[in-house]
Write a protein that binds this ligand. Structure first.
Ligand code: PLP
Length: 335
């Protein structure tokens, strides 16, 4: 591989790992008999849905908060995410004794607000759209000197997520294929950079949902594009990659070997497989790698790792899915 394909120095990831080591869990890697039998190669599951706050987002958020200089830490951090990044950022900031404000619009459901508050952040509700919430974020940055930490397109966030790649290599030294959920691409960028710098021949496969796969559409177009955001069981994979994307579009273009897209029925089957075969509670976005294997949509070159990335799912919804219901999140009867 062309060494110019890399945007990050390999030690970025070992440094991030040292920085966050005592604040995150080193989650288990387990062998899956059922998926190994199905795929004909050893398949291992990285149980990152057991991470504190319920997703890997804590890794990037912790690294980014700790990488700030003293003045920036004293002024605090701000975020706009109501999902896993918001939770991770809130938790990471509290652990580091750094003030954290998460801005959201009035339309955000109460359970999401409670989820963020429970991690210790101040929630500021402003306006009735994401754009109006953004105005308050800009004010906090400009007037109060706070630092905005975005969910994926940021070098310290990517470095933190990439620490997972180092753990893959340690736990499965003969790994040949890695499957990673893909949305904005902070996760897969970190993993691909960390893994391929050390083992260039490992295949990296990204998995997204058909309903609103912004990175896949952008790669097909050759530049970042917007796609309509649609309701999906993989709700943590929604949203665009940013038309001004700085890092993740290029890393995915240069280092990701393939992107697999899944429909809603396939994602539901992944959640069911996780529960009944692997005994794990996983959210839709966290189950897409399993879903790709169950649907036989990913080609595995040899010993493989599939990442389970999060567990933050409404448990009533989870119960309906594992009981066999085809939950129609779109309300369009077309799953
Ligand atoms: C954010 C998230 C992803 C996708 O990560 P990106 O860096 O945006 O590609 C996957 N799974 C879960 C559970 C997430 O919260």
């Amino acid at each position: 591989m062309n060494p110019n394909s890399f945007q990050f120095a390999p030690e970025t990831f070992t440094q991030a790992r040292t920085r966050i080591a005592d604040r995150i869990l080193r989650t288990p890697m387990v062998h899956s008999s059922s998926l190994s039998e199905r795929a004909g190669v050893p398949v291992h599951l990285k149980l990152e849905q057991l991470q504190k706050t319920g997703s890997f987002k804590l890794r990037g958020a912790t690294n980014a908060v700790l990488a700030l200089d003293e003045t920036a830490q004293a002024n605090g951090v701000v975020g706009v995410s109501t999902g896993n990044h918001g939770r991770g950022l809130a938790y990471a900031a509290r652990q580091a004794g750094v003030k954290c404000i998460i801005c959201m619009s009035r339309l955000v459901p109460q359970n999401k607000i409670d989820g963020i508050r429970a991690q210790g952040a101040e929630v500021r509700i402003v306006g009735s759209s994401q754009d109006e919430a953004q105005v308050e974020v800009d004010r906090l940055v400009d007037e109060e000197g706070m630092t905005l930490l975005p969910p994926f397109d940021h070098k310290d966030i990517i470095a933190g997520q990439g620490t997972l790649g180092l753990e893959f290599l340690e736990d499965v030294p003969d790994v040949e294929t890695v499957l990673v959920p893909l949305s904005g691409g902070g996760l897969i960028s970190g993993v691909a950079e960390a893994v391929k710098a050390r083992k260039p021949d490992v295949k990296i496969i990204g998995v997204s949902m058909e309903r609103g796969a912004a990175m896949a559409a952008s790669q097909a177009a050759g530049h970042p594009v917007q796609v309509p955001e649609l309701p999906t069981l993989a709700d943590s994979l929604g949203g665009g990659i940013g038309l001004e994307n700085r890092y993740t579009f290029n890393v995915v273009r240069d280092l990701v070997d393939n992107i697999v897209l899944l429909n809603e029925v396939e994602i539901a089957a992944g959640i069911r497989h996780a529960y009944w075969q692997e005994r794990q509670v996983v959210e839709g976005s966290g189950a897409v790698c399993l879903a790709a294997l169950v649907a036989d949509k990913a080609k595995l070159a040899g010993p493989s790792v599939a990442l389970l990335s999060g567990c933050n799912i409404d448990m009533n919804m989870h119960q309906r899915i594992i009981s066999g219901e085809d939950v129609d999140v779109a309300g369009e009867g077309e799953i």
